[in-house]
Design a protein around this ligand. Structure first.
Ligand code: ARG
Length: 478
């Protein structure tokens, strides 16, 4: 520390607030305090916000039309140069993207550039940029969620009729349609899209005009800026405007929940790909091998998505903790808000694309699933229901079938391998039609309740799923 303490570089340009200061922080401290490496990803939003602000300043007669034109043209030029890779910023020169772009603008257009910040503070500027970025990211994620929903729906349709074991406690419980299992994840995606849209709407309110914290003496038209930027409203309290980061928490929560859904799906894909289950085989392009074991085919990407869940949940916790002790209004703590959100966004977008590919290309081994559906005595409930149909109280039927299952376990056979005579040794109520009652397809088909796994119920569900997806896609296109 001591050796850095005296390290003041008098050759450095004075910062924007140079007037009041006789010394500047050391290079190390400056890098510590900078947010440019993270917030440079918000350059598009920063430029859009500045153009809207300058346009409004001119409309209100606060700056001249010539200055506005110079500012807007200058910003457009900067945008072109950043997009082409011709202009990059250096953390040694600018603390954040807001100062970097304003500095570059003033270098390019001179005095007019110095008028852009009239009636504005970086406090309302950064809140605006971050809100615009959150709006963009939520919509982008919603599109990727719709893509995965489409893949799940596609598999539900193409594999219609495939029967698989349904589990509770990871023990075989009752047979279900593979389509039904896929659609369970489809509905999770629909809820994720809904949460992302709510996060989008939470971000869609303009803080600009709050200035540092108290509002400004210039006659700004806050509503015009909000309209220009496609934001739904104007934040009614300037102190709340510069210190609120709830919208970021909303997006982080939506990302974390969706990432948890993907993690659950990937856990199943990993299990199903194992030799023990053998329900699916991942496409080669979505698997990796081993550097030592030539036989290996590992569902690496599914495992990685599962593992990345920790990161997304951590990003949410991290911002909650950052916010908990910050007094109104802006505190430098708030600069910590963007890194986690960008990380959660990157993580979820990459995960959604990876899982969409896995689901769309995996080989579904229907024969193996059917075989497994006979293995766990999963028609036992139906056999009990059969006896109930013949007049036996359910509790008594439960006992009878329990003894039948014990016999099958003992003999190492499935329920379907029993003969009617063998069933009748347990109860006189069993007739010839008892075997049809435990046929695995019949067992599934009988679940006709709305939302159940029966073929007709799932057909109806598929139709509803298509409507829900069309509605989401329609909303995203609009
Ligand atoms: N780099 C800052 C951030 O990301 C910008 C706002 C700075 N405002 C201030 N008063 N220091 O939060």
């Amino acid at each position: 520390m001591a050796e850095h303490a005296g390290e003041h570089d008098s050759s450095k340009a004075a910062p924007l607030w140079g007037g009041r200061f006789s010394e500047v922080p050391t290079g190390e401290l400056e890098r510590f305090g900078a947010s440019l490496p993270v917030d440079q990803r918000l350059w598009r939003e920063d430029i859009a916000g500045s153009k809207a602000h300058a346009t409004m300043l001119a409309a209100q007669g606060i700056i001249s039309e010539e200055d506005r034109d110079a500012i807007v043209a200058g910003l457009d030029g900067i945008a072109r140069d950043i997009a082409s890779g011709g202009l990059t910023f250096d953390v040694e020169e600018s603390e954040d993207i807001h100062m970097a772009i304003e500095g570059e603008l003033t270098r390019r257009i001179g005095a007019a550039g110095g008028r852009l910040h009239t009636g504005r503070s970086r406090n309302d500027q950064v809140a605006l940029d971050f809100r615009l970025a959150c709006m963009r990211m939520s919509r982008e994620l919603e599109g990727a969620v719709a893509g995965l929903a489409q893949a799940l729906l596609g598999r539900a349709e193409s594999e219609f009729g495939v029967v698989m074991p349904g589990y509770t406690h990871l023990q075989p419980a009752q047979p279900v349609l593979f389509s039904h299992h896929m659609l369970a994840y489809f509905w999770m995606m629909m809820r994720d899209a809904c949460r992302l849209e709510q996060a989008h709407d939470a971000a869609s309110a303009s803080p600009l005009g709050a200035a540092a914290l108290a509002g400004t003496t210039y006659p700004l038209d806050r509503a015009a800026v909000a309209r220009d930027l496609g934001m739904g409203s104007v934040i009614p309290n300037s102190m709340d405007a510069v210190s609120d980061r709830d919208f970021a928490l909303d997006l982080l929560y939506a990302c974390a929940v969706c990432q948890v859904h993907l993690s659950r799906l990937c856990e199943e894909l990993v299990l199903w790909s194992s030799a023990e289950f053998g329900f699916v085989e991942m496409d080669d392009a979505h698997s990796t091998g081993s550097s030592i074991m030539p036989q290996k085919k590992n569902p690496d990407f599914a495992e990685l998505v599962r593992g990345k869940c920790g990161r997304s949940c951590g990003d949410l916790m991290s911002l909650l903790m950052t916010l908990k002790g910050t007094p109104l209004t802006y505190d430098k703590d708030l600069q910590e808000d963007k890194e986690g959100v960008l990380d959660a966004y990157d993580t979820l977008l990459g995960s959604l694309h990876a899982v969409t590919g896995m689901v769309a290309t995996m080989r579904v081994k229907g024969e193996r699933m059917r075989e497994a559906s006979h293995e766990g005595y999963m028609a036992a409930t139906d056999l009990a229901d059969y006896l109930v149909g013949k007049g036996m109280p359910f509790r008594e039927a439960h006992g009878v079938v329990g003894r039948i299952v014990a016999e099958c376990v003992e003999r190492g056979i499935t329920l379907q391998q029993l003969t009617v005579d063998e069933l009748r040794e347990h109860s006189e109520l069993f007739d010839e039609d008892a075997l049809a009652a435990i046929d695995i397809d019949a067992v599934v088909a009988r679940r006709t309740t709305y939302g159940g796994t029966g073929h007709d119920a799932v057909r109806r569900q598929l139709a509803e799923a298509k409507d829900a997806l069309a509605e989401l896609e329609g909303r995203l296109e609009a």
